[in-house]
Design a protein around this ligand. Structure first.
Ligand SMILES: [Mn+2]
Length: 308
């Protein structure tokens, strides 16, 4: 295999130009360092930098999946420019950037930043029947929060206005949100039902073929992932989440994904690495198990080039 890592490079994983150019890469990482509506611990604006820095420690070969997902190319885009006081415009900017990536045939990966930024990504798809599969400790189904309809606490409600949604790993919901979910048939799976064997038992047949994945890192147990804006006790373990993601992605077409709400702590770097590893693991799961067949074309094209 030609040189895939480059010590000079500061992009996600530190990839060489051949594996990180915008023209040839399948995955397009879009950093959105925005935390304008954070209500408890601010600091997720520092999340994207921390994820990219930590990613330089990741082994490109994934022994569990037995593949090098980076071989399909991962382009790291410049940070989306931040508008501090206007979350709605911020969402619109993310939508514009994601639309650009999709129009060029790329697969968008948004890294936050607070959960609000994921809404821009979700709005960029015109398909009518895809489902947003959200992983989050919080329901995020409020119509407004602190007088803002674009608060991080309203993420899934705004997403629901765009398309169908479901939620995994929840352990914090208001009674109004629970009513809304029941009335509108938003399927919600509590964390307690997913831990250990629960991940294998849960029936996922209701999820359609086309999906968008939104991962709030607080879906993980805070003993593993303390660096979030609003930590909640309980939550999934690392392998609970990976097993669930493999089942959700398997045989489906993934339009895009985001990983949000990393709020780095200067004295604990482990969560930054876990977040970076999760981003790369998701790419690996998509390369290996999804119906996104463009990845096969890219891999075969590269193999043929090397053979000739
Ligand atoms: Mn959350």
């Amino acid at each position: 295999m030609e040189e895939i890592e480059c010590s000079q490079s500061r992009n996600f994983l530190g990839l060489s130009d051949a594996y990180s150019s915008k023209a040839s890469s399948y995955f397009h990482l879009l950093p959105v360092p925005y935390d304008g509506t954070s209500s408890y611990v601010p600091g997720s604006r520092l999340g994207p930098r921390a994820i990219i820095e930590a990613s330089h420690q990741i082994e490109l070969y994934d022994h569990e999946l037995d593949l090098v997902a980076a071989q399909v190319g991962i382009a790291t885009h410049d940070d989306v420019a931040i508008l501090v006081g206007d979350p709605e415009k911020m969402v619109a900017r993310v939508e514009q950037e994601v639309r650009r990536i999709v129009a060029a045939g790329g697969f968008p990966v948004v890294i936050g930043g607070e959960h609000t930024v994921a809404l821009g990504s979700i709005r960029a798809f015109d398909a009518s029947n895809y489902m947003v599969v959200s992983f989050d400790a919080h329901a995020d189904l409020r119509n407004t929060y602190q007088e803002s309809p674009f608060s991080h606490a309203c993420f899934l409600r705004r997403a629901f206005e765009k398309t169908r949604c479901c939620l995994f790993g929840m352990r914090s919901i208001s009674d109004d949100e629970a009513d809304f979910a029941r009335q509108n048939r938003v399927r919600i799976f509590g964390a307690l039902d997913l831990i250990g064997d629960g991940t294998d038992a849960v029936d996922l047949d209701f999820i359609p073929e086309e999906i968008y994945l939104s991962i709030d890192l607080d879906v993980l147990d805070p003993s593993l992932m303390p660096s979030t804006g609003t930590p909640e006790p309980g939550g999934l373990g690392w392998y609970d989440l990976l097993k669930l993601l493999e089942r959700v992605i398997g045989g489906r077409r993934v339009l895009g994904f985001d990983v949000v709400e990393l709020c780095p702590q200067p004295n604990n770097r482990a969560p930054d690495f876990i977040a970076a590893r999760l981003v790369y693991k998701l790419m690996g799961l998509i390369v290996k198990f999804s119906k996104n067949r463009e990845v096969d074309t890219i891999i075969h094209g590269k193999e043929e080039k090397q053979e000739s």
